[in-house]
Each structure stands twice: as structure tokens, then as C-alpha cells.
Design a protein around this ligand. Structure first.
Ligand code: SF4
Length: 390
């Protein structure tokens, strides 16, 4: 097994510049307390006009969402960007893998800008290409590689999507993971799936939507020799789940579900499939971010909801639906710390730099990775229909 340099949080200054990207911005980053920030953001956006298209992920802060031309989940935003071929600059208010997907799906002349380069995703970072290639070799050693179809969640780096593209695999979202798995199991006789990087989405989809027994799902731990699995365990498994998770959705617990049910009799528990299997089993409804939004929009006035997803979105839903009781499914305040790196000072700095002719923080996927990742993305676009949970 090769030694892999795992990502470090950008702490400290000047000691390891490659690990500290995003701590400093070239030029002057406005202070968060600057009372003129909103006016500066408006002025910069107006000066750029149709040259810029600002995308805002649902988990972004309100102060940033205010300047988004469209909001959505990562896949919708990448497609929205692709639908705007005339926009010279795509400012992606989200995290790194999303900006990569936008770069893959947009034209060669368009530049994708991430206002803070330190806005990564801890889940995406849990599957590094060298680790996945080691696992792939180990599957060959166990004599099962030919039967395995790799499926990666959208929340993965471009090189993991490219790995899936060149190895007969596909990308999926939380809306269509069931359709992607169905497709994968049809690709080969006795097919197995290597699901990257979120074990919870893989397990919840396989067990609850595909009816695959829990004991046929095994977890590949990239930090252990042979993933911590014997050749027999690998041969008996149908789902090989990568040991990755979302640090936000992994916080929700059955304890809090029980506590909220006791406190609000009749409350509906609505969670994202990145939550643990136990939490999903304890919930009433599970679905993607778009599914959560549509469910709340369609809910009866007076109904009560406990929502297990990122707090910025839950807070916005609560503000938009004062006729419904909406509570967060965690006792503590918990935002996605990397999503929250994109704040108004960084957005203003990025847009003012563009106005000045300085194209900062460009996310660019190399042509070979882009071509292979596109293969896996195209297979997803070609999947029949869409899940009911879209
Ligand atoms: S919410 Fe989870 S999956 Fe989404 S960006 Fe944050 S860490 Fe990654």
C-alpha cells in the first residue's frame, strides 16, 4: 500500500504553503465588519453584468446566497453553469469539487472561480486517487476486480470521477443513487459495486432502496491493509463501501430523533441519505437536498418537521415557512465549516478582482482528467429516468 499525504486543515502561516492555500488572498480582503460590503458586492456584480454568473449552493450563508443568480445542489448548479455559455466567469459559491464539476461541464473559454480556495469538502478528501488505485489493485489480487463497477458520488474530486470513467463506472447524486446502482449491477454478471466516497449514501441506497441485505455490504478502510477485509469477505460482498462520510450529516443521532419525537408529538423527521443508517431508519422521510426543500414547500401549514441536513438550509427553510414548525436535528449549532469559508468578504474580493481584470482562484481540471470524468458524468446523464426522490 502506498503512503498517501492526507490533506491538512490550513492552520498556521508560512510553514507549508501548499497546505495553507486560501488562508491569504492576493490583494486586499475586505474586513467582515466593513459596512460597505453589500454595496461593494452589488457594484461589482453590476459592473460585471452578463460576464459573470454566480452560483450558490443550498448550504451557503444567507449573505452569499443574496448575490447568487441561481441556487441548487451541486449537480443542478453545474448544469446551470453549462446552460450559460455566454458567461465569461462562473463564480461558484460552494466547495472545490463542485467548482471542478462546473469546469468539466462548461465551455473551454469559461473560467470557474472559487472565492476561497480553502473551501474543500472533508468527505471528498476521504477518497484520494492513490488510495483508490491501491484498493483497485487489491480487488484484482482478490480475483474480483473484473466483477466490480465503481460508482462515485458527485461529492468526490475530479480525479476520482475520472477513475470511474476509465474503469467502466458512473457518477451519481443523492437523487439518483438508486438508478445508478441498478445500472451498475446490470453491467456485468454477478456485479459488485465499489461505492465512493460516502459509505452512508451507498449503504442507505443499497439496503433501503435496492433491498440488498446489510450483511452483503462491507466497508473498505483505506487506512488498513487490504481495506481491513479478507478475500472471502470481498468475494461474498455485493457492495464495497468506501469508508468516507460527511462530517455534518454524520453528527445526527437517533438519541436526538427520540428526544424531538417526545418533545413534539407528531413531528416528521426528514433527513438526507448522507446520515447514518440508524438515523435514516429512525426517520420518516429520506431524500436529497432538493427533495427536502420540495417536501417542506408541499407540507401542510401547522405541520412540524425535524430536519437533518446543513444548518444554513434548515434555517432558511424555517424563515421561509413561518406557518410550519421547523427544527434542526442536532442539539448544537453545526454548519459545514468548509462551505462557510465562502463569505461576503471573499465574494466581494473575487468579484472586484474580476472587475479589475485579475482572474483569481481559477479552478481548472486538466484535459485528460476532464475527458475521463466526463465519460462517467455522461453515463449518469444517460441513466434511464430519475429517482422518485429527485
Ligand atoms: S456538507 Fe458534508 S459533503 Fe457537503 S461540503 Fe460539507 S463536508 Fe462535504
Amino acid at each position: 500500500m502506498s503512503t498517501v499525504n492526507l490533506p491538512l486543515l490550513p492552520l498556521g502561516r508560512g510553514k507549508d504553503l501548499s497546505a495553507e492555500r486560501g488562508v491569504e488572498c492576493l490583494g486586499e480582503l475586505p474586513a467582515a465588519s466593513d459596512p460597505g460590503l453589500v454595496a461593494r458586492a452589488r457594484a461589482a456584480k453590476a459592473a460585471l453584468g452578463d460576464r459573470v454568473f454566480v452560483l450558490g449552493h443550498h448550504y451557503q450563508r444567507d449573505e452569499v446566497i443574496e448575490f447568487a443568480d441561481v441556487t441548487g445542489d451541486s449537480f443542478k448548479l453545474a448544469r446551470d453553469a453549462a446552460d450559460r455559455p455566454d458567461a465569461e466567469f462562473i463564480v461558484f459559491c460552494g466547495v472545490h469539487f463542485m467548482a471542478e464539476s462546473a469546469d468539466i461541464l462548461t465551455g473551454a473559454g469559461q473560467r470557474v472561480v472559487l472565492p476561497d480556495l480553502a473551501a474543500g469538502c472533508s468527505m471528498a478528501d476521504m477518497a484520494r486517487l492513490a488510495q483508490v488505485e491501491d484498493a483497485w489493485d487489491a480487488l484484482a489480487d482478490a480475483g474480483i476486480q473484473d466483477a466490480v463497477v465503481p460508482v462515485t458520488y458527485m461529492n468526490s474530486s475530479a480525479d476520482i470521477k475520472a477513475f470511474c470513467g476509465r474503469n467502466g463506472g458512473v457518477v451519481c447524486t443523492s437523487s439518483n443513487a438508486d438508478v445508478a446502482l441498478e445500472w451498475a449491477f446490470e453491467q456485468k454478471p454477478d456485479a459488485k459495486v465499489l461505492f465512493l466516497p460516502d459509505q452512508h449514501l451507498g449503504r442507505n441506497t443499497a439496503v433501503l432502496q435496492m433491498g440488498i441485505p446489510l450483511e452483503e455490504c462491507v466497508v473498505w478502510d483505506p487506512r488498513r491493509p487490504s481495506g481491513g477485509l479478507s478475500p472471502e469477505q470481498l468475494r461474498d460482498a455485493r457492495m464495497i463501501l468506501w469508508r468516507g462520510h460527511c462530517s455534518v450529516h454524520g453528527r445526527f443521532t437517533v438519541d436526538v430523533v427520540d428526544e424531538l419525537r417526545a418533545r413534539h408529538p407528531g413531528i416528521n423527521v426528514l433527513v438526507h441519505p448522507e446520515c447514518t443508517h440508524e438515523v435514516v431508519l429512525a426517520a420518516d422521510l429520506v431524500g436529497s437536498t432538493e427533495f427536502i426543500i420540495k417536501t417542506i414547500e408541499a407540507a401542510e401549514p401547522g405541520s412540524a418537521w425535524a430536519i437533518g441536513t446543513e444548518l444554513n438550509l434548515v434555517q432558511r427553510l424555517a424563515n421561509a415557512h413561518p406557518d410550519k414548525t421547523i427544527v434542526f436535528l442536532d442539539r448544537n449549532v453545526c454548519y459545514c465549516s468548509t462551505m462557510n469559508r465562502i463569505d461576503l468578504p471573499h465574494l466581494v474580493w473575487a468579484m472586484e478582482s474580476l472587475v479589475a481584470g485579475d482572474v483569481v482562484n481559477v479552478i481548472e481540471v486538466d484535459p485528460r482528467t476532464e475527458a475521463e470524468a466526463k465519460v462517467a458524468l455522461q453515463r449518469m446523464l444517460d441513466l434511464p429516468g430519475r429517482s422518485q426522490r429527485d
